[in-house]
Write a protein that binds this ligand. Structure first.
Ligand code: THU
Length: 185
């Protein structure tokens, strides 16, 4: 028997939000947790704030005439260099690309050996910052996972909403039960 269920839980004070993915396989069960830390802007350090500002700024160059949903993403390499990108849409809809993949492919194409320390996602709906932080789509999570697996250190992810930020300490935890290079052996 194979069954998958997702459960959401809020811990005291709304400080932590846990996403549980429960997999039942042949009557056995294991639980995969993703820790998401909910922060307000005054709890962030100056590097985090700068990177969030960069991601919101990147929304302005988004090419999103079809959805009018502009997504900006930014990253900081371990040496402090910052890259930014945004979603690029197309009249042939599937030919467009999300902000996160545009950013990761561009940044790593030009810096294949540099490690990424932190990444931010921010979005504006019809020009207004989304109240809730926006989560990356499945395809972008897969690319973030591959990028994190290429380096020895975790990539911190900040999802920026209008007045709160979700922090995930390692992008890999966003995609439990991963398909990776090991799966091909
Ligand atoms: N989008 C992103 O850029 N990143 C995501 O993680 C989710 C969605 C873009 C794709 C499309 O241009 C627009 O947002 C609406 O889906």
């Amino acid at each position: 028997m194979y069954h998958v269920a997702y459960v959401m839980k809020f811990a005291s004070g709304n400080k932590f939000l846990f996403l549980h993915c429960i997999i039942h396989l042949d009557m056995e069960k294991f639980i995969l947790d993703t820790e998401v830390i909910v922060l307000t802007y005054n709890e962030l350090n100056s590097s985090q704030l700068k990177l969030i500002e960069t991601a919101f700024k990147a929304c302005e160059n988004s090419y999103s005439p079809y959805s009018e949903f502009s997504v900006g993403s930014s990253l900081e390499f371990e040496d402090g260099e910052i890259f930014q990108a945004n979603n690029q849409e197309n009249a042939a809809y599937p030919s467009g690309l999300c902000a996160e993949r545009t950013l990761l492919f561009y940044a790593k194409a030009n810096n294949p050996h540099k490690e990424i320390k932190r990444m931010v996602i921010a979005a504006k709906n019809h020009g207004k910052a989304t109240k809730q932080p926006v989560s990356p789509c499945g395809a972008c999570r897969q690319v973030m996972l591959e990028t994190a697996n290429r380096q020895n250190s975790p990539i911190e992810l900040l999802l920026a909403g209008a007045d709160k930020v979700y922090m995930i300490k390692d992008v890999k935890t966003l995609l439990p039960l991963q398909f990776n290079a090991e799966s091909l052996k």
